[in-house]
Design a protein around this ligand. Structure first.
Ligand SMILES: [Zn+2]
Ligand SMILES: [Zn+2]
Length: 332
């Protein structure tokens, strides 16, 4: 099979992914072989390829927003059959025994493993996954349009759950990339009112088109106080300004894996039971719930397709912010 293999990390300008032919892996026990159709390209893949995050071993095949079809099963696989349409997200497995795993918080397991990092990912024609790391994927998302659901979508959905917003509440979104884009649509579907804070005029326009009630600059004051907000931008200085815009008891959720230091926060901004909470990865329950919602409603994504052999170029475009959409490799 053809695959994009990372032997040694390097600046993406040096095109570190090597496009090679390797044997198709054989699934054993509870493993499933999936024929990859599409795989999203994410900033985490760029961090891996450039060596900012270091996997337990090289070589490794990146890619963790995988859509494909079940091709072959190990002898112990019970849940899947050949031809099932499946998605494989970033979260791959956890120990199953620690207090986090036993309480449905396997995203916090200290032995958690991730797709395209601890195990080979979807920048390849085939990928192996454990039967519990696969999810039924709604077939109505054509042409790779569903790939962004599997990373930014899931994180955004978990963040949205933490906002505890209900019909009629006001939710603020700081930053308007792929994840916020999906959250906005789900929030509106739940009849939550949405304000979007973003610097980019392009994103402001897009947020309005998708139904945001108000859009403005990240430091501006919205017309009403909000019940909750999610910060997607990795900018710690947004924390105090978002808190200023929250109602009493408001929830502020930090969706990023990385954030610059926050400036000092006056206690009056936190008082009246305001909550600041970060989000780390996601659970299998989050993935299931999001894909169920994606089946019930139509989530619009903006994607740009690249062939598998152009994985380095897709990551390079991502680094240079040369794409206004989510990059997706078209494989099968
Ligand atoms: Zn990702
Ligand atoms: Zn665990």
């Amino acid at each position: 099979m053809k695959a994009q293999i990372l032997y040694k990390p390097d600046k993406i300008e040096a095109l570190p992914l090597k496009f090679e032919n390797i044997p198709i892996p054989e699934p054993v026990d509870d493993e499933v072989l999936v024929k990859v159709e599409y795989c999203g390209v994410c900033r985490t893949d760029l961090h891996l390829v450039e060596g900012e995050i270091v996997p337990p071993s090289y070589p490794v095949i990146p890619g963790h927003q995988i859509i494909g079809k079940v091709e072959k099963m190990g002898a112990k696989v019970k849940k899947w059959k050949k031809g099932d349409k499946v998605g494989i997200p970033w979260f791959y497995s956890s120990c199953g025994k620690c207090k986090y795993c036993l309480s449905g918080k396997e995203n916090l397991c200290e032995s958690a493993k991730f797709t395209g990092f601890h195990v080979n990912g979807g920048f390849a024609e085939y990928v192996i996954a454990k039967e519990n790391s696969l999810y039924h994927f709604p077939s109505k998302y054509k042409g790779g349009s569903g790939a962004p659901l599997l990373c930014g979508g899931v994180i955004g959905y978990r963040s949205l759950k933490f906002t505890e917003t209900e019909e009629g509440d006001i939710l603020g979104l700081y930053g308007f990339g792929a994840s916020a884009h999906i959250v906005l649509q789900i929030a509106l579907w739940k009849k939550v009112r949405v304000f979007v804070f973003t610097r980019s005029p392009h994103h402001q326009k897009l947020a309005q088109e998708l139904g945001a009630e108000w859009v403005g600059h990240p430091t501006s004051s919205p017309p009403e106080k909000m019940d909750a907000a999610i910060i997607f931008a990795p900018a710690g200085e947004l924390i105090p300004s978002a808190l200023k815009n929250l109602n009493r008891g408001g929830r502020l959720i930090l969706a990023g894996i990385y954030m610059t230091p926050t400036p000092p926060i006056e206690y009056s901004l936190l008082y009246e039971e305001r909550i600041v909470r970060s989000v780390a990865n996601s659970t299998s329950q989050d993935v299931k719930e999001l894909l169920e919602i994606a089946q019930k409603m139509e989530i619009r994504t903006v994607t740009q397709l690249y062939p598998l052999e152009k994985a380095n170029e897709a990551l390079l475009d991502l680094k240079r912010s040369a794409i206004q959409a989510s990059a997706v490799l078209e494989i099968g």
